[in-house]
Design a protein around this ligand. Structure first.
Ligand SMILES: C[S@@+](CC[C@H](N)C(=O)[O-])C[C@H]1O[C@@H](n2cnc3c(N)ncnc32)[C@H](O)[C@@H]1O
Length: 346
């Protein structure tokens, strides 16, 4: 801990939430104290959260990437040597087709464009942030209106160069994508989750996320029950009910030991948390990250915790949770949600 840790805004039943800027609060946290980070930072140029100090409204992708690098350098410091990071990022298209001077970034996927009043703000530790609606006189290098920006991979490569192990890209495929009125490219239906680690060897409980094997007894496959995380388990036909019965009688652990490794394409519907007016994690998206990436009783951190989805799932799965969030309204939403979870259990 550098110079003492501030008082949390919320601290109850294993979940702690700090109010403030992610980088500033990360700097106060103890080194090597976190098992697993699961987070979805504001995407570049897609949403105005209407609060000074917010990330995501930088004038260029390079500036956004450099701010992310700073945040992730602190994440690396607080992460245990065998820790894992699961970073969710979505992409955007540059320009609106109305010419560069508009400097509009077309909203894509889960975060809708929503720009407010023009104000330039100083972000301690990051430099100046460009205000919502900011019109840059410099065109980001190589980017033309309609170009896919490639922000997730820009961030991933920068983190790799900075020393992180980039272990996997996971495609979050959405069966219920945002409708798009485009006629000259496919409709976007995915985002990324990057699995990053601080070391070559790290905690990863593969068995806890095994999917039901497609061919537990040979490739003689009938109706499949699909797992969202890849493999589908094939139930045998009625003539082979003996197998089905045996499978149904197995404990989850036995099923998993017969199962297949989790795959890199996860089909998970977006599930808005009703009271949040911004994109939240579907709980199913982060369950495998917690199960595989954080030991039971370990600590999960979300430095951009929003409505607290990662914290609520951590609690449900027997992990401790720490959140950082700039906007008090969202922490209040998390508080409500976390107390609701307790009521639900009764
Ligand atoms: C995509 S949302 C996260 C949503 C979250 N995964 C959930 O399930 O609710 C990004 C969050 O980052 C917060 N944020 C923006 N700039 C921040 C900063 N500098 N420090 C901390 N939080 C910030 C926003 O207020 C927003 O809640």
């Amino acid at each position: 801990m550098v110079g003492g840790m501030r008082k949390p805004y919320y601290d109850h039943a294993g979940i702690t939430i700090y109010h403030g800027d992610a980088l500033t609060i990360l700097k106060e946290m103890e080194a090597e104290s976190i098992n697993c980070v699961i987070t979805s930072p504001p995407y570049w140029g897609l949403r105005d959260y209407g609060i000074d100090g917010q990330l995501g409204l930088e004038a260029t992708p390079e500036l956004y990437v450099s701010k992310m690098l700073k945040v992730f350098q602190e994440i690396r410091r607080v992460l245990k040597t065998d820790g894992t990071v699961w970073l969710n990022l979505g992409d955007s298209y540059f320009g609106s087709g109305q010419g560069w001077s508009k400097n509009k970034i077309h909203a894509e996927g889960k975060q809708a464009s929503n720009r407010g009043s023009v104000k330039r703000t100083w972000l301690a530790g990051y430099g100046y942030s460009k205000p919502p609606g900011y019109i840059s006189s410099k065109q980001p290098k190589g980017l033309k209106p309609k170009d896919l920006v490639g922000i997730p991979w820009r961030v991933a490569f920068a983190l790799q160069t900075d020393g992180w192990w980039l272990r996997s890209d996971i495609i979050w495929a959405k069966p219920n994508p945002m409708p798009e009125s485009v006629a000259d490219r496919p409709t976007k239906t995915h985002e990324y989750i990057f699995l990053l680690t601080k070391s070559k060897k790290y905690y990863f409980d593969q068995n806890s996320v095994k999917t039901l094997s497609r061919y537990p007894e040979g490739p003689n496959s009938p109706d499949k029950i699909k797992s969202p995380y890849g493999q589908g388990f094939s139930r045998r036909s009625d003539k082979q009910t003996g197998f089905n019965e045996r499978w149904d009688q197995m404990s989850k652990q036995e099923q998993r030991s017969n199962g297949a490794n989790i795959r890199t394409v996860w089909n998970i519907a977006t599930m808005p948390y009703l009271e949040a007016h911004f994109a939240t994690f579907p709980e199913k998206l982060i369950e495998p990250c917690i199960l595989a990436g954080c030991p039971s009783g370990g600590v999960v951190l979300d430095p951009f915790s929003g409505s607290g989805t990662a914290l609520a799932v951590s609690k449900r799965l027997g992990r401790l949770g720490i959140g950082i969030e700039l906007k008090k309204d969202y922490i209040n939403l998390s508080k409500k949600r976390l107390s609701q979870e307790v009521l639900d259990l009764k």
